[in-house]
Design a protein around this ligand. Structure first.
Ligand code: WTA
Length: 656
C-alpha cells in the first residue's frame, strides 16, 4: 500500500447546507430517528426493505454471518429480479408508465424523427424481456450460464440484462469503451456462452463498429457458441452463419411468454469485472435478494424518490452505477428514468441541459469529472435552459472537490437542490455513505455519514478506530448488496478484502478522514488503483499492456492528480531501443494501450528513461516517480541504484 494521496477535497469550505425546509417537509425520511432505529436492529431494518419486494417464497433467516466473511442474506427466500422490476408494475396497472425516456445521441439529426427518441414503457420492457429470454433459451442458455453484454447505451442493453435475470443466467456486462482484447479476457475467464452486442455505437454522430471490431475474438473463445447483434446503426456487420443472429429478427420470432425462474436469494445475479491491485481484473459477483433489496432501498431513500420524479442517472450501463441506478434500483421501484446514449457535449456542449429541460428531469446523478467539464464550459450553457424541474442532485465515482460541489449546487441546482454525494464501490453493489436529503446537513466535499443500516470506521496505522483524523476506511458490518465472492477466485476475495483486519472487517481500499461531527471525507485510493474520470484502472493493468509492446523493455505507471479527470495516468518507459523516445513512439504506445485495454486507459504522458529508478534490490520506486511527476522536492534518494535517471526524467517533465 502506498501513502495516502492528497487532494483538494481537504480544502474545506466552512459553509454547510441543511436540507431546505420545503424539501425536508415532504421527504419520506425526515426524522433522524431512522439512524437509531436501523442501528438498534439492522437486520429488521433491511428486512423491512426486502419485504417491499415480491418474494415467491419467504426467507427463513435475514442474515447468517456465522462464517465470516461469507454472508448469507434472506436464506430460503426465492424471488425473480425481472418479475420485481417489470411484472409486478404491469400487474398493478402501470404497464403504460414510462420506464425510460431514451434519447439517441443523434436525436436531432435529419431523418431521426421516429428513432431518435423513444418512450419505453414497462409493458414494452416486459414483452421484450420475455421474448429475449426465450431467444437465449433457444440458444441453449440456462440457469447459471454466463452471458456477456457489450453494448452501447440502448434500451436493448437493459432488456438483455433483465432477460438474463428472468431465466437465472448470470450477466457479465463489459463497458463498450473497452477494447476487443479486454472483452475477450472477460469472456474467457467467465466462460461466457453467449454475447449480446451491437453492429456499431455512435461516437459523436458517426458509427464506430462494435461487432466487426470484436469478430476476431470468437475463434479463441471455446465456450462461446452464439452472438446476438442489435442493429443500432445499419452498418451491415459481418455475421457468421449459425453463430451470429440479429436481435430484432430473433426477438420477433420468439415466444412472447417466459415465466420468471424462481431464484434463491443467494443465487448469482451478475458478474462485473473491475480493476484491482494486480493486472488481472476481479470478477465481482453479486447475488439476487440482498442486492435487489439494497439497490431498491437506496434508490428510494437517498434520492427521496417520488411517484412523479424523472430520474436521470447519467452513467453508462457498463459500470456498476448503471447496473444499480439505471437498471435495477429504478426499475424495482417502478420509476421513470432518462437514458441518454451519447456524449455530454455532442452536438453541443449544452446537450445535457437540453435533455434535462426537455424531459423535466427532477433528479440528476452524475460524476464529479463531468461536473468539472461543465464548469470549464461555463455557466452560460445551463443558464440557457429551464432547469427548474430539478429538485435533487447526486454525485458518485470520486471525491467531489468543494469548488465543483458549490458550482453544481449554484448553477445546476439553482441554489435550492440538496446534493447527495454518494460513496460506494462495485464491491458494495449499492450506496453506503451518503446524505439522506431530507435529514442530513451537507458539507461540500464530504459524503457525510453511512446510511442507516451501514457501519463504517476509519482505522489508524495501529488498527485502532480514529475518532477525528485520517486513516483507512473499513466497513464493520455485513450489508445486503455486498459482493459475495470473486468469480472462480474465492481465495483472492478473502485475501483482498477480509484479511488485513480479519474476516469481520471489510477493507475498502480508500483513505478517508473523519471530522468532529463524524462526517467521512473520502480522499482516494490507497492501493494501486487509479481513478480516471470515475473509471477504475490498475497501474499493473496498464503496465502489462505497455510491456506487451515489443518496443518496451520496462514500464511503470502511476496516477497523478488531474484537474479535469480527478486522476490521470502517467507512465515511465524504458524502450528496447534507446533512441525510441519521440512523439511517434508515444503515439504508438498510447494506441497500443487503447487496443489492449481501451481508450480510457491511455496514459496522459509517457516519459522515457534508460533505466527506471529502482532500489538496490531492484524494486521500482513508484513513490519517487510520483514526486517527480508532481514536481515535488525529492525526499531520501539514498536507496536509489542510479540517481542520474531522475535528472533525465525531471528534464522531460519540465520540458513537456
Ligand atoms: C471512489 C463506483 C469519493 C472510491 C460506484 C471507491 C468515491 C471507488 C465516491 C469505487 C465518492 C466512489 N466520494 N470517492 N462519492 N464514490 N468513489 O468500483 O475510491 O467504479 O473506492 O464504483 O471510487 O469505484 P467503482
Amino acid at each position: 500500500m502506498r501513502d495516502q494521496p492528497e487532494l483538494d477535497v481537504l480544502l474545506k469550505t466552512e459553509e454547510t447546507f441543511p436540507p431546505p425546509p420545503g424539501f425536508a417537509a415532504s421527504a419520506e425520511l425526515s426524522d433522524p430517528e431512522v439512524y437509531d432505529r436501523a442501528a438498534a436492529d439492522p437486520e429488521a431494518w433491511w428486512a423491512d426493505w426486502a419485504a417491499r419486494l415480491d418474494w415467491m417464497e419467504p426467507w427463513d433467516t435475514v442474515l447468517d454471518w456465522s462464517d465470516p466473511p461469507h454472508a448469507t442474506w434472506f436464506a430460503g427466500g426465492k424471488l425473480n429480479v425481472s418479475a420485481n422490476c417489470l411484472d409486478r408494475h404491469v400487474a398493478a396497472g402501470n404497464g403504460d408508465r414510462v420506464a425510460y425516456f431514451w434519447e439517441a445521441e443523434d436525436a436531432d439529426a435529419p431523418g431521426q424523427e421516429d428513432r431518435g427518441r423513444k418512450a419505453i414503457t414497462y409493458s414494452w420492457l416486459l414483452d421484450q424481456t420475455q421474448r429475449f429470454a426465450n431467444v437465449m433459451k433457444g440458444l441453449g442458455v440456462g440457469k447459471g450460464d454466463v452471458v456477456g453484454i457489450y453494448m452501447p447505451m440502448v434500451p436493448e442493453a437493459a432488456v438483455a440484462m433483465l432477460a438474463c435475470t428472468r431465466i437465472g443466467a448470470i450477466h457479465n456486462v463489459v463497458f463498450g469503451g473497452f477494447s476487443a482484447e479486454s472483452l475477450k479476457e472477460r469472456m474467457e475467464v467467465s466462460g461466457a456462452k453467449l454475447l449480446v452486442t451491437a453492429d456499431a455505437t455512435l461516437r459523436r454522430g458517426s458509427p464506430m463498429p462494435m461487432k466487426a471490431s470484436i469478430d476476431s475474438i470468437f475463434d479463441e473463445l471455446e465456450e462461446m457458441s452464439s452472438v446476438v447483434v442489435v442493429n443500432r446503426c445499419d452498418t451491415d456487420p459481418p455475421m457468421a452463419e449459425g453463430r451470429d443472429h440479429f436481435w430484432a429478427e430473433s426477438v420477433e420470432a420468439a415466444d412472447p411468454v417466459c415465466e420468471p425462474e424462481p431464484m434463491d436469494a443467494e443465487d448469482p445475479l451478475y458478474l462485473l469485472y473491475t480493476s484491482g491491485s494486480t493486472a488481472k481484473p476481479k470478477g465481482i459477483m453479486h447475488t439476487t435478494g440482498g442486492y435487489l433489496t439494497q439497490v431498491a432501498a437506496t434508490h428510494q431513500m437517498v434520492f427521496d424518490l417520488k411517484d412523479d420524479d424523472i430520474f436521470w442517472c447519467a452513467a453508462d450501463i457498463g459500470w456498476v452505477t448503471g447496473h444499480s441506478y439505471i437498471v435495477y434500483g429504478p426499475l424495482a421501484n417502478g420509476a421513470t428514468s432518462i437514458m441518454y446514449e451519447g456524449a455530454p457535449d455532442y452536438p453541443q456542449k449544452d446537450r445535457w441541459w437540453q435533455i434535462a429541460a426537455r424531459y423535466k428531469a427532477s433528479i440528476l446523478y452524475t460524476a464529479p469529472t463531468v461536473i468539472r467539464s461543465f464548469m470549464k464550459w461555463g455557466e452560460e450553457l445551463p443558464a440557457k435552459h429551464d432547469l427548474s424541474s430539478l429538485r435533487l442532485l447526486g454525485s458518485v465515482g470520486e471525491p467531489i472537490n468543494p469548488r465543483a460541489w458549490l458550482w453544481y449546487h449554484k448553477y445546476i441546482g439553482g441554489g435550492h437542490c440538496p446534493i447527495v454525494d454518494t460513496w460506494w464501490q462495485t464491491e458494495t453493489g449499492a450506496i453506503m455513505i451518503s446524505p439522506l436529503p431530507g435529514i442530513t446537513t451537507t458539507k461540500p466535499g464530504s459524503a457525510t455519514v453511512p446510511i442507516p443500516g451501514i457501519e463504517a470506521a476509519i482505522l489508524d496505522s495501529e488498527d485502532n478506530p480514529v475518532e477525528e483524523g485520517g486513516g483507512t476506511l473499513v466497513l464493520t458490518r455485513p450489508w445486503p448488496a455486498m459482493a459475495r465472492t470473486l468469480f472462480n477466485e474465492p481465495e483472492r476475495y478473502v485475501e483482498t478484502y477480509w484479511k488485513r483486519y480479519g474476516p469481520d472487517t471489510y477493507l475498502v481500499g480508500d483513505a478517508a478522514h473523519i471530522d468532529e461531527d463524524d462526517y467521512f471525507w473520502i480522499v482516494g485510493r490507497i492501493d494501486d488503483v487509479i481513478n480516471v474520470s470515475g473509471h477504475r484502472l490498475s497501474t499493473m493493468e496498464v503496465e502489462s499492456a505497455l510491456v506487451s509492446h515489443p518496443g518496451v523493455a520496462e514500464a511503470a505507471v502511476i496516477g497523478v492528480s488531474d484537474e479535469a479527470t480527478g486522476q490521470a495516468i502517467i507512465s515511465f518507459v524504458t524502450p528496447q531501443d534507446a533512441s525510441n523516445r519521440g512523439d511517434d513512439f508515444t503515439t504508438e504506445l498510447r494506441q497500443h494501450v487503447a487496443e489492449r485495454i481501451g481508450k480510457l486507459a491511455r496514459p496522459r504522458g509517457i516519459y522515457y528513461a534508460d533505466d527506471l529508478p529502482k532500489t538496490r534490490s531492484g524494486k521500482i520506486m513508484r513513490r519517487l516517480l510520483r514526486d517527480v511527476a508532481d514536481g515535488k522536492a525529492l525526499g531520501d534518494v539514498s536507496t536509489l541504484k542510479d540517481p542520474s535517471v531522475i535528472d533525465d526524467l525531471k528534464a522531460q517533465i519540465s520540458g513537456g
